[in-house]
Design a protein around this ligand. Structure first.
Ligand code: NAD
Ligand code: UDP
Length: 348
């Protein structure tokens, strides 16, 4: 991979990772620090966890800024890269406060784009396969405009992310901002929350607890699951490509599984007495999802390497560990401890 470490003048690169305390964000922060970058992580701890960042707490090149991206970014925070991962990604989580979800994607992305413009920084947006809604084309290519219900319960997320993409390309056209948009397909792995509500975490945690595995609908709906390490490699490949692609790039694993097939794989790997239980399908639940990744292969030289059968065991080990089981919702005390340990600057 190209070096991400040095700016043109040989100085250490600085990157602002919004949403850096979450599942993908914390894995990304660790990788960026390991690559030699100075990382500023901005997070309001809505679904992120201080404990996700504990491995970075003594790292001098890591700073946690506890802030909502809906508030303006401190202007003097000089960075060469902005990576916007801020937004709850689990349907029950993003639907719990839909107006805030929408504002996170719209106002938050605008604040972060303004910051990238101010510092001449590259900008990467964590967009989503939800852009395609319940797709009428399969697999999904980036030139498909999607089939989204604009007023349904998923709209706060889907339409918020669509508006964020619009903002990115408006900044590119009007301000010349270097924007890169990753359309992420379902990604799983260590640091997902046990109480997250998404399919991989639910099935594994239910199997480990010997509880029924909840299948919504008939379980014939499909998703394509990408392992976290592959996704982080995709973010870096997209961010560091010398030329910004002229539009969004799908990042995901093109191997498609029905939810029933996923449940079978989990049952094969976890010794359990759990059985399947069928529950109603949520409104607007997409029936099929598989990325066409030919643009990613051609433009940034990326393709995923970890098949589901290899990614599930470390994910199961994570949920079986004390850390993975903990539903440690941020409290004022844990937050205070993490702020101190991570050296949150009171001047930022
Ligand atoms: P996550 O919920 O674990 O992480 C989101 C992070 O953003 C959390 O740390 C949360 O506290 C923070 N956050 C939320 N709203 C914020 C706000 N207003 N201000 C500051 N911080 C805020 O989810 P994830 O799976 O790590 O997803 C990361 C990003 O990738 C999200 O933008 C999501 O939409 C996108 N994405 C993820 C997937 C996936 O399968 N994991 C798929 C498509 C897109
Ligand atoms: N799902 C399920 N049981 C669960 C959680 C989810 O059958 O306990 C289904 C859900 O209805 C959807 C698929 O699994 O069809 C993926 O759901 P998830 O929330 O992980 O992601 P998204 O729908 O956003 O792709």
């Amino acid at each position: 991979m190209r070096s991400v470490r040095s700016a043109k003048n040989g100085a250490t690169r600085s990157v602002l990772v919004a949403g850096g305390a979450g599942f993908l964000g914390s894995n990304l922060c660790e990788r960026l620090v390991a690559e030699g970058m100075h990382v500023y992580c901005m997070d309001n701890m809505l679904t992120g966890r201080p404990s996700n960042l504990s491995g970075l707490s003594r790292e001098p090149r890591f700073t946690l800024i506890e802030q909502d991206v809906c508030d303006p970014v401190p202007a003097r925070l000089a960075v060469d890269r902005v990576m916007n991962l801020a937004c709850a990604a689990s349907p029950p989580r993003y639907q719990a406060d839909p107006v805030h979800t929408m504002m996170t994607s719209v106002l938050g992305t605008r604040n972060l784009l303004d910051h990238a413009k101010r510092h001449g920084a590259r900008f990467l947006q964590a967009s989503t396969s939800e852009i395609y809604g319940d797709p009428e084309e399969h697999p999904q290519r980036e030139d498909y405009w999607g089939n989204v219900n604009p007023i349904g319960p998923r709209a706060c997320y889907d339409e918020g992310k669509r508006a964020a993409e619009t903002l990115c390309y408006d900044y590119r056209r009007t301000e010349g901002t270097d924007v890169r948009v990753a359309r992420i397909f379902n990604t799983y792995g260590p640091r997902m929350r046990a109480d997250d509500g998404r399919i991989v975490s639910n099935l594994i945690c239910q199997a480990l607890a010997g509880e029924p595995l909840t299948i919504y609908g008939d379980g014939e709906q499909t998703r394509s699951f990408c392992y976290v390490d592959d996704m982080i490699a995709g973010f870096l490949a997209l961010m560091e490509a010398p030329q910004a692609p002229d539009g969004p790039v799908n990042l995901g694993n093109p191997h498609e599984f029905s939810i029933l097939q996923l449940a079978e794989q989990v049952l094969d790997l976890v010794p359990t007495r759990s059985r399947l239980v069928f529950e109603p399908l949520p409104q607007d639940d997409p029936k099929r999802r598989r990325p066409d990744i030919s643009r990613a292969e051609r433009l940034i030289g990326w393709r995923p390497r970890v098949p589901l059968a290899e990614g599930l065991p470390p994910t199961i080990r994570w949920f079986a560990s004390a850390e993975g089981r903990a539903g440690d919702v941020a409290t004022p005390e844990t937050t205070q401890r993490t702020r101190a340990a991570a050296g949150v600057s009171p001047t930022l």
